[in-house]
Design a binder for this molecule. Structure first.
Ligand code: ASP
Length: 357
């Protein structure tokens, strides 16, 4: 743009130096968190005690970038047949097929990658990392994601364990629930026999900050058990299931993915920290926002409300660039919900804050 046309453009749009300073005010007030004086920290959902330990060591001993350390850390859970919410052994969709979702994001480059509904590949977070590093795309889905993984040397294998198959068969034999809703205007019969068994959920999110103040994160899951084939949750969606910004920090979510998607939850956590919230305040703010939104979500009524708060699980995790961190869950008694942390003092579980105790 020449100077003249630029001037005309500024006049025409009403933009001016004032706009420029408004923009910079919006991004620089209050002061951005500094990288502080710490040696890094890794957090994850409670199933990641080994994950945070591995990721912290990879960052501190091998100087691995935070996103890759998080991805290597979650690999133990992806390979664990006893964790039925992630990778190998994950519970299948309603047709008995294991479909996995994952995403990752690198703070320093602001690059991201993800895969959705990928089948037969045990480590979707590593495929997401390749999508991030080796393609100009962000998300690969289904068959394309699987083929991309195989092309890059991943092994295709059956991820449905006998235990997961048995659980799926039992669910199918007595199923009373379905994710397809009654047509609008029809009334769902109030038959107590139609009450649902709780549906197993689970996922692992991991956020990492190194001593230099760089962040990275990833989330990996088999998603909602017995989901409609093709359903993706928040985990592979940048801004929903995870998000980071190297100026501010990193965040992620586990739990009811539809709620994290509709609130752009992980991005909102990071933006609240940009606005000056502590990690705990930011996570609680977003949970309360989700609760308000859920009240308006007509298709979730009345099944998802109890005692004035959403009757579903949702947890956010956040690290700020200055080394502070927290996690908060939607419901529960104080102390009932935990998350994993590793720093120079080792790995441990800590309590999540609770939005609606
Ligand atoms: N958020 C995941 C999903 O909606 C599931 C979970 O975290 O439990 O697929």
């Amino acid at each position: 743009m020449t100077d003249l046309t630029r001037r005309k453009f500024l006049q025409a749009t009403g933009a001016s130096l004032a706009t420029t300073s408004l923009l910079s005010a919006a991004t620089s007030t209050p002061p951005l968190p500094s990288s502080g004086n710490h040696e890094g920290v890794v957090i994850s959902s409670a199933n990641g005690i080994e994950t945070v330990n591995i990721a912290y060591q990879l960052m501190s001993e091998q100087n691995m970038r935070p996103v890759s350390a998080a991805i290597r850390g979650v690999a133990v859970v992806e390979a664990d047949p006893n964790d039925m919410s992630v990778g190998y052994g994950g519970l299948p969709n309603e047709r008995g097929v294991v479909q996995l979702d994952s995403s990752c994001m690198d703070g320093p480059t602001h690059n991201a990658g993800s895969v959705s509904c990928i089948e037969d590949i045990m480590h979707p977070a590593q495929v997401a990392e390749l999508v991030m590093d080796r393609t100009d795309h962000i998300n690969l889905v289904g068959q394309g994601a699987r083929q991309f993984a195989i092309d890059h040397g991943f092994k295709a294998e059956d991820l449905l364990t006998e235990r997961a198959r048995e659980i799926w068969l039992k669910w199918r034999a007595k199923r009373t629930d379905d994710d397809r809703l009654w047509p609008l205007g029809d009334t769902v019969p109030a038959d107590p026999a139609l009450a649902d068994e709780p549906r197993p959920w689970g996922t692992i999110h991991c956020s990492a900050l190194n001593g230099a103040g760089d962040v990275g994160c990833c989330t990996t899951t088999s998603g909602l058990s017995f989901k409609i084939p093709g359903r993706i949750g928040d985990s592979p969606l940048v801004g929903a299931g995870m998000y980071c910004d190297n100026e501010i920090g990193s965040a992620g979510a586990t739990g009811r993915g539809e709620a994290a998607i509709m609130s752009c939850g992980s991005m909102l956590v990071v933006e609240r920290m940009r606005a000056g919230d502590s990690p705990e305040q930011a996570c609680l703010y977003v949970l309360k926002r989700v609760a308000e939104q859920a009240q308006r979500a007509s298709k979730w009524q009345p099944m998802l409300y109890r005692d004035g708060a959403p009757n579903f699980g949702l947890t956010f995790y956040a690290i700020r660039k200055d080394g502070t961190y927290a996690s908060a869950s939607m419901r529960g008694k104080p102390g009932s919900s935990k998350f994993a942390v590793a720093d120079k003092n080792g790995a441990r579980l800590e309590n999540c804050a609770i939005a609606f105790a």
